[in-house]
Ligand binder design. Structure first.
Ligand SMILES: Cc1cc2nc3c(=O)[nH]c(=O)nc-3n(C[C@H](O)[C@H](O)[C@H](O)COP(=O)(O)O)c2cc1C
Length: 178
């Protein structure tokens, strides 16, 4: 089975999750930034990573994801919000909608520290509609600790389980044929 890990990452968070996942995907496995992604047609399994930009997978990841069809896929992403929030669930849903026509075998999301320049801008732009509340400050502080070792372990555990599922399926398939 040939695997490809493609990630889009502006400040390195998603790239670090991609590198953690690469540790549990058996050879042959290629890891690539989205900018340098190879033709996906020769790969059996794709792990695709994005960062969340305005509630969606970022533009580069989105474009790549829309071009993938008929593949077994595992998704992963990083975002500023808590991964169990409604916002994160919306992002998950949007990412999965982009991947229609593929078999999605798992989806991992964790927080990722937000670019300090963007944080500065967010503080300046805080308004009555979107105030810098204590809750928001705490969430931003928490994001600074991610991706953490625990996030890497969870991502590795999920992708190990996905690989196992694919292998079990192909063993059963081959047994049925013989
Ligand atoms: C321009 C911009 C927009 C962002 N929009 C969101 C967003 O809508 N929701 C969210 O939870 N995080 C948002 N974030 C936070 C990033 O998704 C998060 O920091 C992510 O880990 C960055 O990943 P990277 O280091 O791989 O680029 C945004 C960050 C930037 C710079």
């Amino acid at each position: 089975m040939k695997s490809l890990i493609v990630y889009s990452s502006r400040t390195g968070n998603t790239q670090s999750v991609a590198e953690a996942i690469a540790g549990v995907i058996p050879d042959p496995c290629t890891i690539s930034s989205v900018e340098e992604a190879p033709d996906v047609s020769e790969y059996d399994f794709l792990a695709i990573g994005y960062w969340v930009d305005k509630g969606m997978p970022d533009q580069k990841a989105k474009k790549f994801m829309e071009g993938v069809k008929g593949k077994k896929v595992g998704l992963f992403g990083t975002l500023g919000a808590y991964p169990d929030s409604d916002h994160a669930n919306d992002c998950r849903k949007k990412a999965e909608e982009l991947m229609e026509g593929n078999e999605i075998l798992g989806h991992f999301l964790c927080q990722g520290r937000i670019d300090p320049k963007v944080l500065e801008m967010m503080a300046k732009m805080a308004s009555d509609q979107h105030p810098m509340t204590e809750e928001r400050k705490a969430r931003i502080e928490e994001a600074k600790k991610h991706p953490s070792q625990k996030d890497f372990e969870e991502a590795r555990a999920l992708f190990s389980a996905i690989i196992q599922e694919i292998c079990d399926f192909s063993e059963e398939y081959n047994a049925d044929l013989s």
